[in-house]
Design a protein around this ligand. Structure first.
Ligand SMILES: [Zn+2]
Length: 172
């Protein structure tokens, strides 16, 4: 797994583990600049996973209680971005549903106010990835050429320098 703590979810009976494996890969492939605003519906669409299962899985990955059982911390953090239903400007970001104000709030001097919870269409949900993937790529070898490697174009002097000339002429 790119995110080893996801292995713990194997023990959770309500979790479909093939979906977890797809999420693991999907998260690992994400460019780092996009991991603060992950959209579970993008995952659902790109990995061909049912929307409900995708949303449920993202919320499980934020669940402190579940990860605490395995002495781990959550992999994702949820954020709710509330915007104003009148002027459509972003109002504020909240990190749990409980934080979103129940009362009437004022937007700004040029705008009226609103009850945030009466406008679920103005609450966008994103998830932030809290960890980097563990990537043991085979590819970096080509970026890390040791200095003793033979020259890439063969010439006799180079082959002699690297002790390869003898091997070559024995084969001729
Ligand atoms: Zn407004």
């Amino acid at each position: 797994m790119y995110f080893p703590k996801l292995e713990h979810l194997r023990k959770e009976t309500k979790v479909i583990f093939t979906a977890v494996e797809k999420l693991d890969e999907w998260l690992a492939l994400k460019p780092q600049m996009s991991t603060d605003y992950l959209n579970p519906l993008d995952f659902s669409y790109q990995a061909s996973i049912n929307e409900k299962i995708a949303l449920n899985l993202f919320s499980i990955c934020c669940n402190e209680k579940i990860f605490r059982k395995y002495e781990a911390t959550p992999l994702l953090k949820v954020r709710y971005i509330v915007s104003c239903p009148n002027c459509h400007q972003p109002y504020q970001t909240f990190y749990s549903l409980e934080e979103i104000p129940r009362e009437y709030i004022y937007c700004n001097d040029d705008c009226d106010g609103f009850y945030p919870l009466r406008h679920p269409e103005r609450i966008e949900i994103y998830f932030e990835l809290l960890e980097r993937p563990v990537i043991q790529a085979k590819i970096p070898d080509i970026f890390d050429i040791p200095s003793t490697v033979p020259p890439l174009t063969a010439d006799v002097a180079g082959l002699m320098e690297y002790g390869l000339w003898g091997d070559l002429i024995q084969d001729v």
